[in-house]
Design a protein around this ligand. Structure first.
Ligand SMILES: C[C@@]1(CC(=O)O)c2cc3[nH]c(cc4nc(cc5[nH]c(cc(n2)[C@H]1CCC(=O)O)[C@@](C)(CC(=O)O)[C@@H]5CCC(=O)O)C(CC(=O)O)=C4CCC(=O)O)c(CCC(=O)O)c3CC(=O)O
Ligand SMILES: NC(=O)C1=CN([C@@H]2O[C@H](COP(=O)(O)OP(=O)(O)OC[C@H]3O[C@@H](n4cnc5c(N)ncnc54)[C@H](O)[C@@H]3O)[C@@H](O)[C@H]2O)C=CC1
Length: 228
């Protein structure tokens, strides 16, 4: 189980097939939908949650045994049945068409494995033990969750906005980097936690807006357009 390439895959609107409709399939479907993939699930039995998603129209559920034609046009495939023969057939056909497959019961045969994930808005932390122990992956994930709270979502949204604004307003690369570094030195996470953030943020952003192009501003709350 070596030689994996960790990536974040863009799946928005991509057709993805999940074969099988048990609890493991349900977990895969939930994360595919979070990535806004177009999910088709094929399985004679489906969990209550999958049924509900189908009724809400957020996925397509085909309630019968898998047939090869189900894979047509699919970008990515999850073989999640409890039948090794079916999972093998899914894998074999997908290989012939260069589709990426996740094999939930013998992951070493598939093309990718699914990590345990912490999401705080734009902060995404994926943990994997490469299948050695999913329980350890979940335990590490819980420890990380305790270290990186919800405040990171607001923090990264702000940094993203600040970065775009500085790119628009400050042409000089060095000045831009200095400005960005100085905002990183501000204790923004603390401000978010103790309720001072919104006021500080609007002050910083309105200083930015009031500046002539190329005029750096100070995020310290000092004078607008002051040189750093
Ligand atoms: C290879 C992989 C599949 C892939 O993606 O290709 C895989 C494989 C297998 N898991 C098994 C069992 C369990 N899996 C979990 C939980 C999770 N499993 C997940 C991922 C992965 N599991 C991939 C490797 C990830 C890595 O190692 O880093 C998570 C992260 C994501 C998700 O599945 O949604 C999610 C945690 C989410 C979270 O909480 O953060 C639990 C605990 C629980 O359910 O609470 C148990 C029972 C306890 C135990 O066994 O540890 C079995 C044995 C089946 C059997 O023997 O019957 C196999 C098959 C095998 O090992 O052959
Ligand atoms: N990757 C992981 O995290 C884990 C993997 N597993 C393994 O994953 C497999 C699935 O686990 P569960 O969802 O708990 O199993 P499950 O037995 O609850 O569900 C199996 C599903 O496969 C469907 N199925 C069976 N034959 C089919 C066919 N010909 N075409 C389409 N669908 C078919 C069934 O209708 C059912 O919905 C098991 O083999 C288990 O060993 C188990 C636990 C965790």
């Amino acid at each position: 189980m070596e030689g994996y390439f960790p990536v974040l895959l863009r799946l928005e609107d991509k057709p993805c097939l999940v074969v099988g409709g048990g609890p493991v399939a349900e977990r895969r479907i939930a994360s595919l939908m979070e990535a806004r993939a177009r999910v088709r699930v094929v399985s004679p039995r489906i969990t209550g949650a999958i049924r509900q998603w189908a009724e809400e129209g957020v996925l397509e559920a085909v309630e019968r045994a898998y047939v090869p034609g189900d894979q047509e046009g699919m970008y990515l495939v999850v073989a999640a049945t409890d039948d090794a023969g079916v999972n093998d057939a899914v894998l074999e056909l997908a290989r012939r068409h260069n589709r990426a497959v996740n094999m939930v019961e013998r992951p070493e045969l598939g093309d990718f494995i699914v990590p345990s994930v912490v999401r705080r808005g734009k902060l995404v932390i994926a943990v994997s033990t490469l299948g050695a122990s999913p329980s350890v992956a979940a335990s590490v994930r819980r420890q990380i969750e305790a270290c990186f709270g919800e405040e990171y979502e607001i923090y990264l949204d702000f940094l993203s906005e600040f970065r775009l604004r500085t790119q628009e307003l400050v042409q000089d690369t060095r000045a831009r980097q200095e400005l960005y570094r100085s905002v990183l030195q501000e204790n923004v996470l603390e401000k978010i936690k103790n309720g001072e953030f919104e006021e500080w943020r609007s002050r910083v952003m309105s200083q930015m807006d009031g500046c002539p192009p190329s005029g750096p501003v100070s995020p310290h709350g000092g004078e607008a357009c002051a040189k750093l």
